[in-house]
Ligand binder design. Structure first.
Ligand code: HEM
Length: 277
């Protein structure tokens, strides 16, 4: 399958990177039955994948209406909270962000494909609290991101994408530790199949009635080896791998994969390693 998103073509550092897209391009779809993936997680690990604060029902109902409008179908609640009823009909995770107590805070979310975090890490937290672990975020980006949340025009759809490399094909990864513990067992010749480029495609839009914002997260994963079939992307990835900013590399734990990725790139004609070896 061709590679859908290649954000390493654009950035190898932290970036806000929000760009306007057509409203018709908002949700990408492409998963036959998201509920079949999400419902078992909701049943088995409810507190990890689902959360809501009191008073978020109106915003949740507006999220549901927005998803119904985008899909062109009505969604029955069948006893579920409105935001979860919506989330199980789209591959994306859904995050309702509302202004409360003077800050933009996560008011409800369905999080079935977390990249190393859980609902309790973000529920009721402000944008500043959530991004505290991200090197430089609060100094460099927070004010601008808050202004974006304030000024979002109804109908405007913003998109950003990020990328990393992980040794797991599983979308549901609340915890990095068991995954990273398996890295030493990966042999260089397995890197093409055992390492994955993990891209999050995120969108943001205003909820005009209730005044909140809906943030969506869609995870796309493909084996590193797929890059070998797409030489321009392989070259872009190799450049990003070599040139990634030190704080970005450290935050994403890319050094853990340096040897495996460098050998993969060399085997495919991309010969400069990150250390110039
Ligand atoms: C649209 C505005 C936002 C921007 C520009 C933004 C930007 C970022 C950036 C630059 C990072 C570092 C990794 C990366 O490159 O993506 C990050 C990480 C993260 N973001 Fe956001 N973000 C936004 C909204 C949100 C929202 C609404 C949530 C709520 C779930 C969220 C949750 C996270 C989490 C959990 C991390 C990882 C933090 C950690 O390492 O513990 N972000 N974000």
């Amino acid at each position: 399958m061709s590679i859908r998103h290649a954000p390493y073509e654009e950035a190898a550092d932290f970036t806000i990177g929000l760009k306007a897209i057509e409203e018709s391009a908002w949700l990408e779809g492409g998963e036959a039955d998201p509920a079949a993936r999400k419902d078992p997680l909701y049943a088995a690990h409810r507190d990890v994948v689902w959360g809501e604060v009191p008073g978020s029902q109106a915003g949740q109902r507006e999220v549901l209406a927005m998803i119904e409008a985008a899909l062109g179908e009505a969604i029955a609640l069948e006893g579920r909270p409105p935001l979860y009823a919506a989330a199980r009909r789209t591959p994306d995770d859904l995050v309702l962000v509302e202004r409360r107590d003077g800050a933009w805070r996560v008011a409800a979310l369905s999080l079935s494909a977390p990249t190393f975090f859980t609902v309790s890490d973000v529920l009721d937290r402000s944008l500043g609290q959530i991004h505290d672990p991200v090197h430089g975020f609060n100094d460099r980006f927070l004010k601008r991101v808050e202004r974006i949340f304030e000024g979002l025009r109804p109908g405007l759809v913003l998109q950003r994408r990020n990328w990393s490399v992980v040794n797991s094909a599983e979308p549901f990864t609340p915890d990095s530790a068991p995954i990273r513990a398996r890295i030493p067992a990966i042999r260089p010749e397995q890197a093409a199949d055992e390492l994955f480029v993990r891209v999050e495609r995120q969108t943001l839009r205003r909820l005009p009635q209730t005044g909140g914002a809906l943030f969506t997260i869609r995870v796309w994963l493909h084996p590193l080896g797929d890059l070998a079939d797409d030489p321009p992307r392989l070259a872009a990835f190799a450049r990003a791998w070599r040139e990634a900013a030190p704080a970005f590399r450290a935050y994403k734990r890319l050094p853990l994969y340096d040897e495996l990725v460098t050998r993969f790139l060399r085997a495919h004609g991309e010969s400069h390693s990150v250390n110039g070896n």
